[in-house]
Ligand binder design. Structure first.
Ligand code: ATP
Length: 220
């Protein structure tokens, strides 16, 4: 059996909305295995978000192919098998913390009781159970981002993709968020791919991949 979560073969993505096409990604070939800890580094505009969106199945390549051998067809990836964390937490303002964390579980068609239990468990894992009834506006930036991490972890995804998750946080808060994230993944087979400009964050991963001008440089 092919033990690869996601594989790209010569994947390219050209955006052609404007007058001049923008080649955001050219011929990227990579494979992500269970338990991987990969940092995606490179200058702004290098193509990191573009690659993450393709890996998540949120976008389709304009050339090459992408498959998810251990996860199945693209339309079955989210919200259960792949978890996503973005630079801003994007919590829904009228919902409490626990209700925000429940969203992917409810979308994944779990029962309301099971969704609530799993959301509380995810908040426990990230050390936030005590603020489950708060509204997003009552949270600090660091707490809100931790809630977004709990929401992504709640489904026990096989692959967690994070796009500059600490980009808006001060350094100690960023470190703390990353500590909690790595701790909660310890002993699991969940693969983590993090796009980051923060070398200290990147050095805590097993592997660093570099991206420049749409070219992906994968470490052997
Ligand atoms: N929807 C879009 N339409 C047109 N061009 C786009 C679109 N999204 C991204 N681009 C362009 O594609 C290139 C790669 O962008 P991308 O966001 O993937 O880079 P990045 O490495 O994630 O940058 P950053 O570190 O600033 O987040 C850039 O030139 C960007 O302007």
């Amino acid at each position: 059996m092919d033990e690869v979560l996601v594989r790209t073969d010569q994947v390219g993505r050209t955006y052609s909305q404007g007058k001049t096409p923008v080649v955001a990604l050219s011929s990227a070939t990579c494979a992500i295995l269970p338990g991987a800890r990969i940092a995606l580094m490179g200058p702004s505009g290098g193509g990191k978000s573009t690659l993450l969106h393709l890996l998540a199945g949120l976008d389709t390549p304009t050339s090459g192919s992408i498959t998810w051998p251990m996860l199945g067809a693209r339309e079955t990836l989210r919200p259960l098998k792949i978890g996503l964390v973005f630079q801003v937490p994007s919590l829904l303002a009228p919902l409490t913390v626990v209700e925000n964390v429940e969203i992917p579980l409810l979308l994944g068609q779990g029962s309301t009781e099971k969704a609530r239990a799993a959301a509380l468990d995810a908040l426990d894992r990230i050390g936030l159970r005590s603020i489950g009834e708060k509204l997003p506006e009552e949270l600090s930036g660091g707490q809100a981002q931790r809630v977004a991490v709990a929401r992504a972890l709640a489904t026990y995804p096989k692959l967690l993709l994070a796009d500059e998750p600490t980009g808006q946080l001060d350094h100690p808060t960023a470190q703390q968020l990353f500590d909690v994230l790595l701790e909660s993944l310890e002993g699991t087979e969940t693969a983590l791919v993090v796009a980051t400009h923060d070398r200290i964050v990147a050095e805590r991963m097993n592997t660093i991949w570099h991206m420049h001008h749409g070219l992906l440089e994968v470490q052997a």
